[in-house]
Design a protein around this ligand. Sequence first.
Ligand code: NAD
Length: 281
Amino acid sequence: MILIDGKKAAAELREELKHEVSSLKKKFNKVPGLTVILIGDLTPSQIYVRNKEKSANEVGLKSEVIRYPDTIEQKVVLEKIKELNKDDSVSGILVQLPLPKHIDKQKVIQTIDPSKDVDGFHPMNVGNLSSGYDSSIPCTPLGCYLLIKKTEPNLNGKKAVVVGRSNLNGKPMTQLLLKENCTVTITHSKTKDLKSECLKADIIVAAVGIPELVKGDWVKKETIVIDVGINKTEKGIVGDVDFDEVSKVAKALTPVPGGVGPMTIACLLKNTIDCFKRSQK
Ligand code: NAD
C-alpha cells in the first residue's frame, strides 16, 4: 500500500511556491499579498489563521491578519472587504469561517472581489470551475486533487466516488475529477447502499465528518482513497476512513493527520500566488 504523504507533498509545494514568489518579486518588484479577516476568538480558527500566516511568511508572501471581536457589525466587515478589494497590495482575501450568527456568510463571500477570492467560494468562481474555466479552487479539494494526480497522473476514464456533497469539499472535488475525465458519482447522507457505490470506485474521496465511515470491505484492491475527514474521538483525531482496515486493502491511502490537512494551507498559498499572476496579466 502506498501511504500518500501529505506533509511531504505540502513541503515540496511550498518550496516550489517560494521559488515562484522570488521570481515574481524580481519580475514585478512586489510580492503577492494575503489578507485574512478573523472574527471572534474560536480556538480552532485562531490556530488555522496562525498556521496560514506562518506558512505565508515562509514562502515570502506579504501577509496580514485583521482581527475583529465577535460583536463586530456586519457593515464594518463588508466595508473593510470593499477597501481590500481596491488595495493593489492585496492579492487574496480570506474571511475565516465559521462566522458569528449575526453575520451573513453568503453576503461576506459575495462581497469579496472574485479575482481575490482565494477560498474559491464566490459564486463566480464556483461557476467558472463547473464550466471548466480558470478560477480559484477551494483549497482542500485542490489539495486532494494534487495528491491524487501525484499518485496516478492519468485519471482518464477512472471511476471516482465522492462521499459528501458540501460546497467546501464534495462538490468542487467532483468538478476537478470530471475535468480529469473521471466518471464521477457524488454520494451523500441520502445515498442508498454507499458500500456498493464505493466498491465500484477506482478513487474514493471521503469528506463526510463521520469517524471511520469507510470500511475495509467497501474498497477494491486497486483503489486510491483520499480521507478529508478530521474527527475528534476518544482515541484522538481520526478521518472518515477506517485507516487500519482500508490500509490493508487499498492501493493508496492518505493518513489522518498528515494527509490532506497539510495540503490545504499550501493550496491557499498557491491560490494567492495564482490570483496575483492573473492580476498582472
Ligand atoms: P459538511 O458537514 O458540510 O458535509 C458533509 C457531507 O457528508 C454532506 O454532504 C452530507 O450529505 C454527507 N454525509 C453525511 N452523512 C453521510 C453518510 N452517512 N453517508 C454519506 N454521506 C454523508 O462537511 P465538510 O465541511 O465537507 O467536512 C467534511 C469533513 O472534512 C469534516 O470531518 C471536516 O472536519 C473535514 N475537513 C477537513 C479539511 C482538511 O483540511 N483536511 C478541510 C475541511 C473539512
